[in-house]
Ligand binder design. Structure first.
Ligand code: ADP
Ligand code: NA
Length: 321
């Protein structure tokens, strides 16, 4: 995840962190806060430094356990940038130009403002993945094309220079794992949303969280049913409630039959505040003790460096460096 804002939003929590927390029990999991990727949008140095720490603290507070997983910061492992350069040289200009996320983001930033770094973003992401012999990459649907490129680059390198990289598979969350903006429930909730009103931040205080959820856009009907097409706002609230409370959506529909949207919003606000309050408290506690965060990050960077340097050495050897 990019440290591209001060706080993670509820979609990052449901769509990513919840799965990651579970996967660390069954997998040798590696999580990387991608600060080099964050440089592809304008950043204030002091803010970026804070955002990196806050992102790490939120991962840990939400249940990523540094004892069970390797949790590190991308720029602490130089091999990411070095392998990215090698992969840049086997990526076609046209191939990189076809990445839809680049097209969207560069259109938003403007041709002059958009950097070569933004263009090469998916290739750095391929390096992030391939350095660790990664088998599965749990991502949202929006990352499908980037994982395809990563696979193509791994296969191309292996074919040219001999078996080197594991070809990774994407593990894509289902449609129900997608959370929409509360004020605009047909567009994805995002850290980079233009307005804050429809975004529930992990670090919002409880009254703000409750207020945002109670002001969520719904429709003029009364019935609480899951219907993405005609009731995107209600469907979004049901998705959040189901993810937080563990009750399947059809059961929630029966539970709310004959009751109004007000009840639904009240309950969603309650469960979100209940789950987020201790995470927020733990995050603030961790941020109050920078030495403790450094103690957690240093051995993780050592472990990541060990794996990544070995892979990079193998790559350099194969290509004649
Ligand atoms: P953002 O759009 O908030 O900047 P990122 O692009 O940094 O999020 O994505 C971080 C992770 O969170 C990815 O795995 C992504 O698929 C997931 N994610 C982001 N937004 C949502 C959302 N609204 N619903 C579900 N998952 C999301
Ligand atoms: Na993003």
């Amino acid at each position: 995840m990019q440290p591209s804002a001060d706080s993670l939003q509820i979609g990052n929590y449901i769509g990513a962190l919840l799965q990651w927390r579970d996967m660390q029990e069954s997998h040798d999991a590696i999580f990387c806060v991608v600060d080099l990727h964050a440089l592809t949008a304008p950043q204030d140095p002091a803010e970026l430094r804070q955002q990196i720490r806050r992102t790490v603290a939120q991962y840990i507070a939400a249940g990523i356990d540094p004892e069970k997983s390797t949790l590190f910061v991308q720029s602490h492992v130089p091999a990411h940038a070095e392998l990215a350069w090698v992969l840049d040289t086997i990526t076609g200009f046209g191939e990189a130009s076809r990445m839809t996320q680049f097209k969207d983001k560069s259109a938003r930033q403007g041709t002059d403002a958009a950097s070569v770094g933004l263009f090469a973003y998916p290739i750095l992401m391929a390096a992030d993945i391939l350095l660790y012999d990664t088998k599965v990459v749990p991502v949202g649907d929006d990352q499908r094309q980037h994982i395809e490129l990563t696979r193509d680059l791994a296969e191309r390198f292996n074919a040219r220079f001999g078996p080197t990289f594991v070809v990774p598979n994407a593990m894509i969350q289902g449609e129900t794992a997608r959370i929409y903006d509360l004020q605009n429930p047909t567009s994805k909730m995002s850290k980079s949303a233009a307005s804050d009103a429809g975004v529930v931040w992990l670090l919002d205080d409880p009254s703000r969280t409750a207020k945002k959820i109670k002001s969520a856009v719904t429709d003029t009907g009364r019935e609480v049913v899951f219907d993405r097409e005609n009731k995107p706002g209600v469907s979004n609230l049901l998705t959040i409630l189901s993810a937080f409370g563990g009750t399947p959506i059809p059961d929630l529909e029966s539970e709310y039959s004959g009751r109004g949207y007000g009840d639904l919003k009240k309950d969603v606000a309650e469960v979100v505040v209940e789950v987020f309050s201790p995470i927020r408290a733990r995050t603030l506690e961790l941020l109050g003790d920078p030495a403790e965060l450094d103690r957690i990050l240093a051995p993780a960077a050592d472990r990541a460096n060990e794996i990544a340097e070995a892979k990079l050495a193998e790559v350099y050897d194969k290509i004649g460096l």
